[in-house]
Design a binder for this molecule. Structure first.
Ligand SMILES: [Zn+2]
Length: 432
């Protein structure tokens, strides 16, 4: 009875409002709104951009607005930092203001729409993401109740997508990757490369015993990557041999080849010994130093993965610390922080840890945890025994002609340092 009275009363108010031609703006609740997004990301090499077009449709399901129009003031949008030509309009081609205040995380569009309960409204968003001449890296960040997204890339490109939930289609020289009816959130990274013939940069560096040549192989339009890579290699190799206390241990020159994620099976870099280093076109200084350090770890006869990766990352820290102390400190602190966060939800015994042939979104966290835990262990050992003891142990690894297992490692480290490392060995054998 009460309900019927209420409805009659609200109906009466409603009629009065209609007749007076006046609508009370009621701020409708976004939780009661259904939002659907259809997104298109098209790589346009001639313009060196990824052109993004989105149709965003929202429907008013707020029951509080059954008898009047719900009022929608604004909407948040996640748009990349480097996006340009940002534009928004409605179905009637009327421009909608969209902007980001300094320091804000999101763009805000001023909608100022009134919608009846059950009615929908469509708005359109467009922007460009700048990319290189032959390489494009961009992210899909969509939040909505229902998401459809299509990525369109010319079929000459080699494409890597770190989320496998898509279907593919080919049409007029384009490969299309479709994410259909995804609920709530879609996040993934696209890495597209148009391989050209390799260009080559050559330079030699004087080391303590000999000269070593570097050859950098890179695609057209990737000169910045090639120059930075060469500079880092020339600068860091002499520092590396001093910090290891061992001259460059190989008898060959070093080739560094620019690579796609498909070439590296998802890894940032791969050291293939005398066949050189494969470096992802998005990889920076720290990855190169890590891969160069593997020329030493390979000669240490390490039997276990934690030793190879832990030492490669310890030496990345030590070398970076000489050339860029701020970055070295940040990277170290970040690794320790990530380890402490990840150990809550991961268990992994380092002494028997191995890595898979390829990594992607499904196994990334587990592999990454192994790397971070290996670094924390080796860094803690270094922190306790100091660089001189680390160098002394390095000499012993090289001298020993058999492989270094966990026991041999512990024995050598104990014998050079005479330090109590009980906690470190615990970390090596425990699953946290
Ligand atoms: Zn490595």
């Amino acid at each position: 009875m009460e309900n019927i009275k209420k409805r009659i009363f609200l109906g009466f108010i409603f009629v009065v409002l209609i007749f007076t031609g006046f609508i009370i703006p009621v701020s409708a609740d976004w939780n009661e709104t259904n939002k659907e997004v259809d997104s298109f990301y098209k790589l346009v090499p001639d313009d060196s951009v990824v052109h993004v077009f989105k149709e965003i449709q929202f429907t008013n399901y707020d029951t509080d607005t059954k008898y009047w129009k719900g009022y929608y003031e604004h909407m948040h949008h996640e748009i990349p930092e480097n996006a340009r030509n940002i534009d928004m309009w409605d179905r009637g081609n009327k421009k909608i203001t969209i902007q980001k205040e300094h320091g804000d995380e999101y763009y805000i569009s001023r909608l100022n729409r009134n919608l009846w309960y059950g009615d929908s409204c469509s708005i359109y968003l467009e922007y460009d993401i700048p990319v290189n001449e032959n390489t494009a890296v961009f992210k899909l960040n969509e939040n909505a109740d229902l998401i459809n997204a299509t990525v369109m890339v010319p079929d000459s490109y080699n494409v890597y997508i770190d989320n496998p939930d898509y279907t593919t289609k080919h049409s007029s020289n384009l490969n299309m990757y479709k994410f259909n009816r995804i609920k709530d959130q879609l996040r993934c990274k696209i890495d597209a490369v148009n391989r050209t013939e390799y260009n080559v940069l050559n330079k030699t560096v004087q080391l303590s015993d000999e000269k070593v040549g570097f050859k950098i192989k890179y695609w057209d339009g990737e000169d910045d990557w090639a120059n930075t890579t060469l500079d880092t290699a020339l600068k860091t190799l002499p520092v590396m041999e001093k910090l290891w206390g061992i001259p460059y241990p190989k008898d060959y020159n070093i080739t560094i080849t620019q690579a796609t994620k498909n070439d590296t099976s998802g890894y940032s870099g791969i050291n293939n010994g005398k066949h050189g280093i494969l470096m992802l076109h998005t990889s920076n200084e720290d990855i190169l130093i890590h891969e160069l350090a593997h020329y030493w770890t390979q000669n240490c006869n390490f039997k276990h993965r934690w030793m190879d990766e832990g030492y490669a990352d310890l030496y990345t820290y030590l070398v970076l610390n000489r050339i860029n102390p701020h970055d070295a400190h940040e990277r170290k602190e970040d690794f320790i922080k990530q380890y402490n966060t990840m150990k809550q939800s991961n268990d992994l015994v380092l002494s028997t840890w191995s890595v898979p042939d390829s990594i992607g979104s499904k196994n990334f966290d587990q592999v990454d945890y192994g790397y971070k835990k290996s670094f924390v262990l080796v860094y803690n050992i270094y922190n306790k025994i100091g660089l001189e003891s680390i160098k002394e142990a390095n000499q012993q690894f090289l001298k020993l002609n058999s492989s270094i297992g966990n026991n041999e490692y512990k024995h050598i480290i104990q014998s050079v340092s005479h330090t109590n490392l009980k906690n470190e060995w615990k970390l090596l054998h425990s699953d946290i």
